[in-house]
Write a protein that binds this ligand. Structure first.
Ligand code: NGQ
Ligand code: ZN
Length: 468
């Protein structure tokens, strides 16, 4: 009997489905063996169903879990002017209101609950795009890294893998518009941000987290600061991941054109060395040339289907991007939904609704839509995370999920059928038998050991934040 091996009747390897796969990992949680066509032996436990790589979640603002579901009402007058209607921007006003109230304790309680929910939904790592750094008045906490350390602790306690991306935020709009009062908890000058990164380096190394940097957006970081921050990051860690919000709203594209004469993705590609270290979150609005250039850059398009739907952003045109081998992955962002299956499903459905066709994102290699989506999202998500989590292969972390082959919904199905059913025809996470990170079991039949305690602390934190 070995706790570091598993025999999988079906496993989705980076190359596709394989039968009778022996998986083994070492004491550091690194995969050492992935052998298809292996003989089953009594000393190796048999997986409860098909085995998949764990999914990296490439975009999260953990605190936003605290008010998910609570902005689904009309907050703007519905006059004749469509610019006055509820939108991304009116949602942002509500979001800022909530962000004003957070404390280190409430942030940690929300993040702990959220990361448990992520693990239960099949996410095994998260890129935390973290910008509520300071106290309510905008002053640094006694330890400038206080809020970041709370997120690291939530990740470590729950067992989810972490890429921490402290956010650089300086202005309220293109052309260095001075920041709003509601944004003062987010602000750093560039040197202070580089000092924060230095402070966080040992803490991240100690907890197994990857550290990167997130210039918030071209709206929030002037060109000079962007250049200076990227040079500083390069000196600290030349491989560190870099994430940025890029082209989520049409208004953002219009403002960028008014300011620079170019579109946001185009501007970034012209002014920064965009390569595989980069993740462009919400690259929603691109023209043909931007799409081609981004696909060839090696950068990852960070797609957050349920949040982008929730906020009325627009549809990412995936087929031409993927046809040019553009890398992409999924994020749960505002956490309107925390579900790998739902993000992948909605990603495909957006394309179907737009094009009036079916199975848009299948390919010659993968006739099954779910196979292609799952594999590409793992691979792009791993690149964005800057961690060795790119799938079931030796040298990668043993982050994986096991589908429940004995659940009535999946019983009797082969690997590809089970995954397609999990993504397109399930109604929750009950088809996941277990979720592991670094070889360690974190969730078994839907349960995480901390969930009861974390749930109570979350409810109390939210109640305290919602009272006036
Ligand atoms: C954020 N969220 O930073 O939380 C943003 C909204 C902004 C999304 N873009 C704020 N979904 O972009 O200014
Ligand atoms: Zn975001």
């Amino acid at each position: 009997m070995s706790a570091t091996q598993l025999f999988a009747p079906y496993a989705l390897l980076p190359t596709g489905w394989a039968r009778d796969v022996l998986l083994a990992w070492d004491e550091h949680g690194r995969m050492t063996t992935v052998q298809a066509g292996a003989a089953e032996t009594p000393d190796v436990p048999r997986a409860a169903g098909p085995v998949l790589a764990g999914m990296p979640n490439l975009h999260s603002h953990a605190f936003q879990r605290g008010f998910a579901g609570l902005t689904e009402y009309r907050s703007s007058p519905q006059g004749d002017d469509p610019a006055g209607a509820d939108s991304f921007w009116s949602w942002r006003t509500l979001m800022y209101r909530f962000a004003q109230r957070l404390s280190p304790d409430t942030l940690e309680a929300i993040a702990t609950q959220l990361y448990i929910e992520m693990l239960r939904a099949g996410y095994t790592s998260v890129c935390e795009f973290h910008y509520v750094h300071h106290d309510v008045g905008g002053k640094s906490y006694a330890d400038a890294a206080e809020m970041s350390l709370r997120l690291l602790r939530a990740a470590q306690r729950t067992g989810i893998g972490m890429t921490l991306l402290p956010v650089l935020y300086q202005t309220a709009g293109f052309g260095a518009k001075p920041p709003l009062a509601e944004q003062r908890r987010f602000l750093h000058d560039t040197d202070a941000m580089l000092a924060l990164l230095e402070r966080l380096m040992p803490a991240c190394a100690q907890s197994g987290a990857r550290l990167g940097l997130a210039p918030h957006s071209l709206r929030a970081v002037p060109e000079k600061s962007l250049t200076h921050a990227l040079a500083g990051l390069q000196a600290l860690d030349a491989q560190a991941p870099i994430h940025i919000h890029i082209a989520e709203q049409q208004r953002e594209v219009d403002d960028c054109i008014a300011w620079s004469g170019t579109r946001p993705v185009e501007w970034l590609l012209n002014h920064a060395d965009v390569d595989a270290r980069w993740c462009l979150v919400h690259a929603t609005h691109m023209d043909w040339d931007e799409r081609r250039r981004l696909a060839h850059s090696g950068a990852v398009a960070g797609i957050c289907p349920t949040t982008e739907a929730n906020l009325g952003d627009g549809v990412f045109e995936a087929a031409p991007y993927m046809a040019q081998h553009g890398a992409w992955g999924i994020g749960s962002d505002s956490h309107a939904s925390v579900s790998v299956a739902e993000e992948l499903r909605l990603f495909e459905y957006g394309q179907r609704l737009g094009l009036q066709r079916r199975n848009v994102l299948a390919s010659d290699t993968h006739a099954q839509v779910a196979d292609r989506l799952y594999l590409e999202a793992v691979s792009g998500g791993a690149r964005a995370a800057g961690r060795a989590v790119s799938g079931l292969a030796p040298g990668q972390q043993a982050d994986f999920v096991v589908l429940d082959g004995s659940h009535p919904t999946l019983a009797g199905l082969n690997g590809p059928q089970a995954l397609a059913t999990h993504v397109f025809a399930c109604h929750g996470h009950e088809t996941l038998a277990e979720v592991r990170t670094a070889g360690r079991r974190r969730v078994q039949h839907g349960a995480h050991p901390l969930q009861a305690e974390a749930g109570k602390l979350f409810a109390a934190a939210r109640a305290s934040l919602l009272t006036d």
